[in-house]
Design a protein around this ligand. Structure first.
Ligand SMILES: Nc1ncnc2c1ncn2[C@@H]1O[C@H](C[S@+](CC[C@H]([NH3+])C(=O)[O-])CC(=O)[O-])[C@@H](O)[C@H]1O
Length: 322
């Protein structure tokens, strides 16, 4: 099974130590409930993957690892095992010659976010809804001291662990299979990222408070989510589906979101970026072969989703916990 024990040891001394009062029991319960079905097959592929130390490693401009002494057969074996972990949504990764062309160009989001945030050098970081952990490695590349990602999806945890193994079991980043609502108020992270999560939360103001509870005083929240155009009073609550997604609850205007952050006690709230999601940024690839954004938009009018709502527009907001 995935070894979380070394993470517990790593945080035993320091500001995250109080997490150990609840974390091991939560993880044990997760392990009891997740030892079956797909997870076992995915885990087998993870076990077969070699532990490799990269000679070339880039986490600053991409997530790339390679060695020049690996045979073609060995490379093909790695690709096959990584393909067993499809669909790959967040990336791209380049690992020993295998280019994982993921559904999302998550590197584009990172390029939009990074210029606007406090430098990550030396910081302890939480990435809420981290997916396969692509942005976590880029946070390490930007100098973060320790990055913890949380995401409840089994497959994403196995993908994260697969990448980690190919990065020589790098212990600067850790992922835990938890939802944000399971975290106690740790007040221990210098930067907290919540990217692509708020619209999935039934209670968005509670989400903002949960994020605030993870930050040290003076810490920074980086919030990225779907927004609509409009003034401080505009919020879209879609019907059963938005762009085919079932679990979408609140899509505020950026101004409304700013006011929610202020109401939640954040200060120095800034709207730093807007981006329309394009079918170049989110698309079907041979690593994610099911439907993607192109199929979720109105075929006659790409400014609308197939349900008739405004097409995905995303904003990045940065705020400080006083
Ligand atoms: N309660 C929860 N707690 C934590 N995570 C959750 C929860 N519910 C869902 N998730 C996770 O949040 C992620 C949202 S995707 C953003 C990925 C990355 N951040 C990105 O910005 O590319 C959204 C998107 O692709 O639009 C998924 O991995 C969920 O499993």
């Amino acid at each position: 099974m995935i070894d979380f024990g070394r993470f517990y040891q790593q945080i035993a001394v320091g500001p995250l130590a109080k997490w150990l009062e609840v974390l091991p029991a939560q993880i044990s319960e997760w392990q009891r409930e997740n030892l079956h079905g797909h997870f076992r097959d995915w885990y087998k592929s993870l076990e077969y993957l070699p532990l490799l130390a990269p000679q070339k490693l880039d986490l600053l401009h991409s997530v790339t690892a390679d060695r020049d002494d690996i045979s073609d057969r060995h490379r093909q074996g790695i690709e096959k095992l990584l393909r067993n972990l499809m669909p790959w949504r967040k990336g791209p990764y380049s690992l020993y010659g295998t280019h994982i062309n993921t559904e999302w160009r998550s590197d584009w989001k990172w390029e939009r976010v990074l210029p606007h945030i406090s430098p990550l050098a030396g910081r302890t970081v939480l990435d809420v809804g981290c997916g396969s952990g692509y942005h976590m490695w880029r946070m390490i590349g930007a100098g973060a001291h320790l990055v913890v990602g949380i995401d409840p999806m089994q497959l994403f945890l196995v993908q994260f662990e697969a990448v980690r193994k190919l990065l020589n079991d790098d212990r600067r980043a850790h992922m835990l299979p938890l939802g944000i609502e399971q975290l106690p108020a740790l007040q221990a992270f210098d930067t907290v990222f919540s990217m692509g999560v708020l619209y999935h939360r039934r209670s968005p103001l509670d989400h903002l408070l949960q994020l605030k509870n993870q930050l040290v005083s003076g810490g920074e929240l980086v919030l990225e989510t779907l927004v609509i155009e409009g003034d401080v009073n505009q919020v879209l609550v879609p019907g059963e589906r938005y762009a085919q997604m079932r679990n979408v609850f609140f899509i505020p205007s950026a101004e409304a979101l700013k006011s929610w952050l202020e109401k939640s006690g954040f200060v120095d709230v800034r709207i730093v970026d807007f981006a329309r999601t394009t079918t170049e940024e989110q698309r079907r690839t041979d690593w994610m072969t099911s439907e993607s954004l192109a199929e979720f938009l109105d075929p006659d009018d790409a400014s609308k989703t197939i349900e008739g709502y405004p097409a995905p527009l995303r904003a990045v907001l940065v705020a400080t916990k006083p």
